[in-house]
Design a protein around this ligand. Structure first.
Ligand code: BMA
Length: 423
């Protein structure tokens, strides 16, 4: 479906702070804008041009207005800025679990991330808590709170193998049995129904008391270029993977009336040959009518590598981003680093000397709309260092603040209203 807006609906450029705040007050009455004016370090940057392209495709013809607006704004604002995101940001951090209002990212920068990622693994089994020990009721509450502050939420799903009940890391031929005609198709539908139920609860009242279904960037069946999940290459055929995606989207939008989703496709960079990027990236691509975001999960070029010199890693990062954006542009879609980062952040200048050089490398790579770095596992609970955003005292803290202040980088405190295209 082509979503088009007339120029009168596209926010014309107004000075930055006003541009950020007016729509938010007008439509959501968000506290986020007040916070935005606190940090004026970015207000002196050159005027961002209004995007001339007034059309964008959306996979769901019947997507609700706020979802269409989010996709529209991801395209428009995301090509001018990099939105920062963090997985499970509000649920726990390296040294705390479930403390109201807390976030490691906010502890360090003063702002929540613009994008927060959530994980639904184990929802399918009827469990109360996710694979990462987060209560699903809490996740719903945080998604709603995040929306009310103007933030964006994205969902991933490490779904168990519906046949054996083993985890998503089960290397077995499962997909062929889940797609239409397969022996476990009904069971698979019952798993998707769990998501439908969860998603149906993501509703809030707007300022006028009208119910709004919170838009979600939905990223199922991720990293399928790798062989570690049962839906990945090696455990399934390309044809069956495509059928899995198509069925998922058709079932949700066609049969279950789910219309708040933006669909993100996210192969893993480590199994993509840079010399054959498009071929490897598009293995399993379900088609433009099923996808809104051309994503890439990239740990490989951001982690600590013993084998690849740092400069080469940045070069590889740049290339992988460039190719991702080029594919997105051909398809008129949004490009994003849907997952990634450096586990343990041993590199104290990771943010401005590794990640940013890749993003800022050229006019193409700059169009990456957002990055979601992975979760900050609680050290006491998980007995390990497994984190991707700094916490107070972590050696990359100062560099992260520099990253936060960079004119191109947006956290929640400076995020324009992503849910309206009206002035
Ligand atoms: C992985 C790790 C796991 C986690 C899983 C799902 O990358 O962080 O510990 O359970 O993601 O969130």
């Amino acid at each position: 479906m082509i979503l088009s807006t007339t120029s009168s609906h596209v926010p014309r450029y107004v000075p930055r702070i006003a541009r950020l705040c007016f729509p938010a007050y007008f439509f959501l009455g968000l506290a986020a804008c007040g916070a935005g004016t606190d940090n004026q370090t970015k207000s002196d940057q050159p005027a961002a041009p209004v995007v001339s392209d007034t059309q964008i495709d959306i996979a769901d013809d019947n997507a609700i207005d706020v979802t269409k607006a989010l996709l529209w704004n991801l395209k428009k604002i995301g090509t001018q800025s990099l939105l920062f995101g963090h997985q499970d940001d509000l649920a726990y951090g390296v040294h705390w679990i479930n403390e109201p209002g807390r976030s490691d990212v906010r502890d360090v920068t003063g702002s929540y991330p613009a994008v927060t990622g959530w994980e639904l693994g184990d929802l399918e089994t009827g469990a109360d808590v996710s694979i990462d020990k987060v209560n699903f009721g809490d996740i719903k509450r945080w998604i709603k709170e995040n929306y009310q502050r103007g933030g964006i939420s994205t969902i991933s799903w490490h779904m168990d193998d519906p046949i054996s009940g083993e985890s998503s890391w089960h290397k077995a031929s499962v997909v062929e049995h889940l797609i239409p005609g397969g022996s476990a198709h009904e069971k698979f539908k019952s798993y998707l129904d769990k998501f439908v139920e969860f998603n149906n609860d993501l509703k809030v009242a707007d300022d006028n008391g009208a119910e709004v279904h919170v838009p979600i960037i939905f990223r199922p069946w991720h990293e399928h270029s790798g062989d570690w999940f049962w839906w990945g290459k090696g455990n399934t055929s390309e044809e069956d993977y495509i059928a899995l995606w198509r069925f998922t989207v058709e079932y949700l939008r066609g049969k279950k009336n789910v219309h708040n989703l933006i669909y993100a496709y996210a192969p893993d960079r480590s199994r993509i040959d840079l010399d054959n990027f498009e071929r490897d990236y598009l293995w399993g691509y379900p088609g433009d009518e099923y996808i809104d975001i051309i994503g890439l999960d990239n740990y490989m070029d951001l982690g600590i590598s013993e084998n690849v010199p740092r400069e080469k890693q940045i070069e590889n990062l740049t290339q992988s981003l460039q190719y991702t954006v080029e594919i997105a542009e051909k398809k008129n879609k949004v490009a994003a680093l849907t997952e990634g980062g450096q586990d343990g952040l041993a590199d104290p200048t990771f943010w401005t000397e590794k990640l940013l050089p890749g993003i800022l490398a050229n006019d193409t790579t700059r169009k990456i709309a957002y990055i979601v770095v992975w979760r900050n596992a609680n050290k006491e609970r998980e007995k390990r260092d497994h984190f991707y955003a700094p916490y107070p005292g972590q050696p990359s803290e100062e560099d992260f603040i520099r990253f936060y202040k960079h004119p191109r980088v947006l956290f929640l405190d400076e995020l324009p209203n992503m849910y309206s295209v009206k002035e």
